[in-house]
Design a protein around this ligand. Structure first.
Ligand SMILES: [Zn+2]
Length: 168
């Protein structure tokens, strides 16, 4: 196989996994279950998880397609670390999903629709992106420091924890 053909082949594989995410986004709307978002997670060329957005179906504001797929993939692989996994999402991730992707250590994101496509469809994540950029005191969300010293005890405990030593 020439380099060029191999590249095409890989591109086809990516498109096939993206289609799984896109199909999930379409089915979610057609079935009346939810909003037009889907995601798939792949490891070493194998589909590990796929999900549509389940916010309305599950009454869970955090159940965006990417987060839902991450939960399934972690259950499936019995780990919280998705290093080496790739996520295909029908739309550029919102700030919550982007953060979840970082926390999961997923290495690559392929996205279909852009943030502005989503905004045009009435899903505007831009407000949250703007909030994140602001200093805490200027955000619409009231965020108030409280009981810092008491809260720090847990960090002192963590310093002695065998789980911490296992992780480092
Ligand atoms: Zn999201």
């Amino acid at each position: 196989m020439t380099m060029e053909k191999e590249k095409d082949h890989t591109q086809e594989q990516h498109a096939a996994f993206m289609k799984i995410a896109i199909d999930a986004s379409e089915e979610n709307v057609i079935s009346g279950k939810g909003t037009p978002f889907g995601a798939a997670i792949v490891k070493e060329g194998q589909l590990i998880a796929k999900s549509a957005n389940k916010v309305t179906a599950d009454n869970d504001p955090t159940a965006h397609a990417e987060v839902a797929a991450i939960r399934i993939a972690c259950q499936e692989l019995n780990t919280y670390d998705l290093t080496g996994c790739v996520i295909y999402t029908s739309c550029e991730p919102c700030p919550m999903c982007l953060a979840a992707i970082y926390w999961s250590k997923i290495s690559v994101v392929y996205y279909g629709n852009t943030r502005s496509d989503a905004a045009q469809a009435g899903f505007d994540d831009d407000f949250i992106y703007q909030e994140i950029d602001k200093p805490m005191q200027e955000r619409q969300l009231l965020t108030i420091p409280l009981s810092r010293e008491e809260a720090q005890i847990a960090f002192t405990l963590w310093d002695q924890s065998p789980l911490k030593r296992k992780q480092s």
